[in-house]
Design a binder for this molecule. Structure first.
Ligand SMILES: Cc1cc2nc3c(=O)[nH]c(=O)nc-3n(C[C@H](O)[C@H](O)[C@H](O)COP(=O)(O)OP(=O)(O)OC[C@H]3O[C@@H](n4cnc5c(N)ncnc54)[C@H](O)[C@@H]3O)c2cc1C
Length: 390
């Protein structure tokens, strides 16, 4: 069995490793336009951290690595074409092409913005050494840019339209996080950007934010060029649609990671997650599918992070707001105390009493506790099983 993987990020590397381990007879080739590194730790390059991932394991298992770009998928011939002109035949193709930062087309001067996705992006920040950095967006990535900016001695100013990390945190936690980060030297400006100029950013209310470097961190768009050209089914013309195992509308082609949908454990329908934890499980599912396994591991939304060396964030499943949008009768339990850290909320469905979400911020890491709630969610446990009476 010949397997070609396109993209050498977390999803591609994970697929190569799992397929090589679980289907040792497969001839695996991975084609990537950059060598793998730990993308979610980009900000730590400002502190001298080396992010390159060692590929000895997959190489020792016979995986061939080609540093090039795939320019075309020819489904009828079951081959991919590389920028060098070389073609590679496959029995199975895994698209792990990731995503790219989105620059809203309506924002004037948006093309002047820097982004934070690749190694060269963090090196640009280090090399330009700005004194003031404006960051448009309130996502995890926006806060990573703020963290990296502060690490190089710049003043980060985060332009927030709604609230911090709103898809992962309960509203009260967004407010507490903002207060904590403000104490650490991040300036938060609430408003909507209107135009980006050299040296400043103008907001819709007419105010101006001086900025030597302006970053856009409002989200990503899946890299679907190859899939689109090859005629694979997309969801909303935006992301590659896959089944539980990662199979696309062509049963010989899989898609994993930031370019594809996953079936959400809680709402049981395809959604876009775009997070590394999902990419890792998706790559395991592809390897399992190629070895004839019919089932798949569940892919829950789970994120954990620590900002400014002192504030730990964990989130799993849905916030109460997202849960209500999905039709749950969402309610919450608030916890504060040793094992739950400073502030934590569990979200549950009032009808079934099932645990459907969790978010916390704390000065101490409550990682294992958050994984406990995650497991409860995956196992469809009622809240009572976590020791809460409601
Ligand atoms: C700053 C930052 C912080 C993050 N923090 C977290 C976090 O705390 N937790 C979390 O779960 N997730 C986090 N993420 C998201 C996480 O990094 C991504 O979900 C993950 O990297 C997705 O892996 P991927 O393999 O799908 O895509 P990528 O890592 O983007 O890899 C795709 C690779 O494919 C290459 N490629 C694309 N097209 C082609 C082609 N045609 N030919 C050859 N190569 C191609 C790309 O250049 C890239 O190298 C963070 C992301 C960033 C940027």
């Amino acid at each position: 069995m010949k397997v070609v993987i396109v993209g050498f990020g977390l999803g591609g590397l994970g697929s190569a490793r799992h397929i090589a381990d679980q289907a040792p007879d497969a001839k695996v080739t991975i084609v990537g336009d950059e060598r793998p590194y730990v993308r979610h730790k980009l900000r730590l390059v400002t502190q001298g951290m080396n992010l390159w991932v060692n590929t000895k394991h997959i190489e020792s298992k016979g995986v061939e690595i080609i540093l090039d770009r795939v320019t075309r998928v020819r489904r009828e011939q079951k081959e991919v074409v590389l920028a060098s002109g070389q073609t590679l035949q496959y029995d199975y193709l895994v698209l792990a092409t990731g995503s790219n930062p989105t620059i809203p087309s309506k924002l004037k001067g948006g093309e002047k913005c820097a982004v934070f996705r690749k190694l060269e992006d963090v090196h640009k920040l280090i090399d330009e050494k700005p004194n003031e950095v404006a960051i448009i967006g309130a996502s995890f990535v926006a806060l990573h840019v703020a963290d990296a900016s502060r690490a190089i001695g710049a003043k980060p100013k985060v332009i927030v339209r709604s609230r911090l990390i709103r898809r992962s945190l309960e509203p009260e936690l967004s407010a507490k996080l903002e207060k904590f980060l403000a104490e650490k030297g991040v300036e938060f400006i609430h408003g909507k950007p209107k135009e980006v100029y050299d040296g400043k950013l103008e907001l819709e209310d007419g105010s101006e934010v001086p900025s030597e470097m302006t970053f856009m961190a409002t989200g990503v768009s899946p890299e679907i060029a190859l899939a689109k050209e090859a005629g694979l089914e997309l969801m909303n013309e935006w992301v590659i649609k896959t089944d539980r195992q990662g199979r696309t509308s062509d049963s010989n082609i899989f898609a994993v990671g930031d370019n594809a949908t996953v079936i959400d454990t809680l709402i049981n329908k395809p959604i876009y997650m775009g997070i590394g934890t999902a990419a890792s499980i998706m790559s395991l599912n592809v390897a399992k599918a190629l070895t004839g396994f019919k089932a798949s591991y569940k892919v829950p939304r789970y994120q954990r992070d620590v900002f400014f060396g002192g504030i730990h964030i964990a989130s799993a499943g849905l916030t109460s707001i997202e849960a209500s949008k999905e039709g749950f009768e969402a309610d919450r339990v608030y916890m504060s105390g040793d094992e739950w850290g400073d502030h934590a909320y569990i979200v549950y469905d009032k009808k079934t009493k099932r645990v459907i979400g969790f978010s916390s911020i704390s000065k101490k890491d409550i990682g294992w506790k958050s994984i406990g709630v995650l497991m409860a969610m995956i196992r469809r446990w009622p809240l009572a099983k976590l020791g809460f009476e409601i």
